[in-house]
Design a protein around this ligand. Structure first.
Ligand SMILES: [Ca+2]
Ligand SMILES: [Ca+2]
Length: 307
């Protein structure tokens, strides 16, 4: 009898232990599932806020177009906006003019046209200012041009890229994003980090907006433009943004310096919205590449970027 009771008790205890183990497993699965749902909900909400920032930025760009014919850093679209939605949520947006940078795709149309050579000269000077080798140019040109014949010396096409581990092919078309430059022969992470703030990769040939270009880009417009001179040009545009390219070229400090007018503009079509959305202690960072037309804004690219 005692032995039977002992077996029954043992059975009850085993059933109980199994039930407790099962309950605790279910609870931990529930917690994991809840955490996953929470992370998903936060990510979706952040995306919605980022899209709102993009809509807000787009509205500013369109309103600006109705207001004036030039684009400069004192305009509402260029001013960083921070919106604390509630104590736990914050959205920050900063629009940048991609035409204040050197459009790397401007190098592709190397042809007898004067402006194409002039863009290459601007880029050569930019590399010099950044203390980067001009030997990068043939490799970039091979990456952009349609053929698979490597320039000699310093060019690179499929033969070179297919020998790498992992192997890949030369794009032989325009870059869609500046990060593509990192794939080009000779461009290591140090080189890329140095040049990335000064370049863009736009779908058409674009002039450089002298109202928004940083000193280093203004300096690369001509070999006689020193850093001091570039800074004078920036002071001048802060006092009065250039309404026409001629206003820039006629400035006293530029007397005797000839810059091809075709390289320059005072307005822009392509912009980058840099948005950060914080919910609690989680922040997400987004980039949105925008093109402005007379009646609309088109999104060219959207990406989530590391903070
Ligand atoms: Ca404007
Ligand atoms: Ca090629």
């Amino acid at each position: 009898m005692n032995r039977q009771r002992g077996v029954a008790l043992l059975t009850v205890m085993m059933v109980l232990a199994t039930a407790v183990a099962l309950a605790s497993l279910m609870e931990s699965e529930n917690v994991t599932a809840m955490r996953r749902s929470e992370a998903w909900l936060i990510a979706e909400t952040q995306l919605l806020y980022a899209r709102s920032a993009e809509n807000w930025g787009s509205a500013l760009l369109l309103a600006d177009l109705l207001d004036n014919n030039n684009d400069h850093l004192g305009e509402p679209w260029a001013i960083k906006t921070t919106s604390p939605i509630t104590p736990g949520i914050g959205v920050e947006g900063k629009m940048q003019d991609l035409q204040g940078r050197f459009n790397i795709n401007n190098l592709q149309a190397i042809s007898p046209k004067a402006e194409d050579t002039a863009y290459a000269e601007v880029f050569t000077r930019l590399l010099e200012e950044l203390e980067l080798p001009a030997t990068l140019i043939p490799a970039i040109l091979d990456w952009l041009d349609h053929d698979s014949e490597a320039r000699i010396p310093f060019g690179a096409e499929d033969d070179y890229y297919l020998s790498l581990d992992p192997p890949y092919r030369s794009a032989n078309r325009l870059m869609t994003h500046i990060s593509e430059l990192r794939l080009v022969a000779g461009v290591d992470s140090g080189t890329f980090d140095k040049i990335r703030p000064y370049i863009s990769a736009l779908p058409t040939t674009t002039p450089i907006n002298v109202n928004t270009a940083p000193a280093l880009i203004l300096q690369s417009l001509h070999k006689e433009i020193t850093l001091e001179l570039a800074e004078q040009l920036i002071t001048s545009r802060q006092n009065e943004p250039f309404a026409k390219v001629e206003d820039f070229l006629r400035l006293d400090p530029l007397a005797g310096i000839s810059i091809p007018k075709v390289l320059l503009s005072v307005d822009s079509r392509y912009f980058l919205l840099d948005a950060r959305v914080r919910i609690g202690d989680r922040t997400q960072h987004y980039h949105s590449h925008l093109a402005r037309f007379s009646d609309r804004i088109e999104r060219l690219m959207w990406s989530q970027v590391p903070d």
